[in-house]
Write a protein that binds this ligand. Sequence first.
Ligand code: ATP
Length: 273
Amino acid sequence: MHLVEVKNANYGYAYAFQLMDISFELRQGMLAGIIGPNGSGKSTLLKGISGELALPENQVFLKGKDLAGFTDTERAKEIAVVTQFSEPIDISVEEYVLMGRIPYRKKYQFFETERDYEIAQKYMKLTGIYPLRAKKFSKLSGGEQQLASIAKALTQEPSLLLLDEPTSHLDISHQVQILDLVHRLTKEAGLTVIMVIHDLNLASEYCDYLMLMRSGALYRQGTPNAILNPRNIEDVYKTEVHTQENPRSKKPAVFLVSNKTGQVRRPTKFYLT
Ligand SMILES: Nc1ncnc2c1ncn2[C@@H]1O[C@H](COP(=O)(O)OP(=O)(O)OP(=O)(O)O)[C@@H](O)[C@H]1O
């Protein structure tokens, strides 16, 4: 059984943008990336799975069950989300990360358990924010807030982690640290991850599976090697690129071709699909 199954999804915003018949299946432990141009529907796809958008019946299944029928608490025990926008809340980093344990509280339980603290501590250490635990969340830098949000999501111990641009505020060392951690959790702990990511090279390096979106539809899906070629990228992003195998990882690396004086740009071919 697949952990996630999406069948002809066509949800979206009332009288506005709708996804167009999106279908894919992900096994447990996969790290999947959603790529595609601005406005192509990547966040919308994620919002249906996270519960932020109302989901029609029989379109998204988690562990074989229709996600449209989950209560908020049931969903929160299975799915954690890290979005691009931080919450302006005035609590300490530790209190913020501990909020990840809320779905597990029993009725009339008002305080965290010893185990809640242990789990929160574990993920604060793994994401590198443990030294900042006493600081106010609102006083953190954008990158530190992103790390704290990831620590909170992992503290939720979900089976599915949804990440919307998880590295947008991170320097290269933290990008590698976080994606290495997420990758390790997929392989060692069986976490399944779907992340929206603009950086095609990070997507290539870390994702087992890529979904390339265009105008609300899935244009292609498959391994980075199958997806990240000039034909697909130029067709969807309408910009010229050069791809070459990364000598260390053997994954495709994508180079932009700029329009600067002295560069010979070949005419971008637009392929019919
Ligand atoms: N709340 C909303 N109501 C109506 N339309 C919306 C809403 N939010 C987004 N849209 C529209 O839906 C389309 C897809 O948006 P979405 O945020 O899913 O794209 P995206 O691929 O994640 O883009 P980006 O890379 O720029 O973040 C866009 O045309 C956007 O204007």
